[in-house]
Design a protein around this ligand. Structure first.
Ligand SMILES: Nc1ncnc2c1ncn2[C@@H]1O[C@H](COP(=O)(O)OP(=O)(O)O)[C@@H](O)[C@H]1O
Ligand SMILES: [Mg+2]
Length: 283
């Protein structure tokens, strides 16, 4: 019997380097999907905690009695995955004026995730399965799970790929950046060879190009870099996200773009991305 397709779509935002738009992508896509009335979980797998910061939680380790993904990894007694999940915020959690985002949850990271690679490497059995096993109890609670990966192709990312149904390769425009996609493809192939038959094999599904310089011709925004990528990869190249100062500004405000500036062009670019991925607003 062919494996049944999981009903939860799990998207891993990956690239082997930092500054590729992974965290911005995961957070902004997550915020749009919540606005579309889907139930969404963002999992911040990076010790830099950027996705958590953008969703209101700048320093998860300083929160009182609040477990994080790290506690799950080291197996703190009595801590469940549900305990490490918090509602995403449209603003810093310390600010009483900040509201929660309906439909959007966050699995809290920790700066301690720095040591995850070592901890996992030391495990004899199942070290690629840790994330899949950890998230199994909550997967059915969500329509979509978004995995914000660290900027490498190490064991944490392999864990993300084992869990993912779709991989979103994040790149900034440029020839060198596009070349990096080959390594991501190879890693996915290897994960599929080793783990594919037992579950849903991750697909190299999308290429998300952000921070793209644009020029206007007769009112039409044209992203040259996107054209280049489309020649090589075809339809899996998502509509490009333009360069905009609103992105770093929204980071500083700790607000996801659709809550920071709903009418900005760059916010609309991400709406186009979400549509191209096949998501629709729920009634
Ligand atoms: N469309 C954009 N326009 C301008 N700056 C951007 C854009 N997308 C991302 N950035 C900036 O680039 C940096 C890296 O983005 P980020 O999403 O954190 O990448 P990663 O998670 O891959 O390291 C951040 O400072 C972010 O504000
Ligand atoms: Mg990041």
């Amino acid at each position: 019997m062919p494996p049944t397709l999981p009903s939860t779509r799990v998207l891993a935002f990956t690239n082997q380097s930092g500054g590729a738009g992974k965290s911005t992508g995961a957070v902004t896509v997550g915020a749009w999907l919540a606005k579309y009335k889907l139930k969404v979980l963002v999992v911040d797998l990076d010790a830099q905690c950027d996705a958590a910061a953008a969703l209101g939680y700048d320093q998860p380790d300083l929160l009182d009695n609040q477990p994080t993904l790290y506690d799950l990894l080291i197996g703190v007694k009595g801590v469940t995955v549900q305990d490490a999940i918090v509602p995403a915020m449209a603003g810093p959690v310390e600010d009483p004026a900040s509201k929660t985002i309906d439909g959007l949850d966050l699995l809290l990271p920790s700066v301690e995730l720095e040591s995850v690679e070592q901890l996992l490497t030391g495990r004899l059995i199942g070290r690629e399965m840790w994330l899949r096993e950890t998230l199994a109890p909550v997967l059915d609670d969500y329509d979509v799970v978004l995995l914000d990966c660290p900027g490498n192709l190490g064991l944490v990312v392999v864990n993300a790929l084992v869990l993912a149904t779709e991989v979103v390769a994040c790149v900034k425009p440029g020839w060198k950046e596009l070349r990096a996609l080959t390594r991501i493809e190879q890693t996915i192939d290897r994960v599929n060879e080793s783990f594919g038959p037992n579950g849903a094999a991750p697909q190299f599904a999308w290429i998300l190009m952000s921070d793209a310089p644009t020029k206007r011709t007769a009112g039409v925004v044209y992203a040259e870099a996107q054209e280049q990528a489309r020649k090589a990869y075809g339809d899996i190249v998502l509509p490009a996200v333009r360069r905009s100062t609103r992105v770093p500004e929204s980071y500083a405000a700790q607000q996801a773009l659709p809550f920071f500036d709903l009418t900005a062009e760059v916010t609309a670019d991400y709406a186009a991305v979400v549509k191209a991925m096949g998501f629709r607003r729920q009634k």
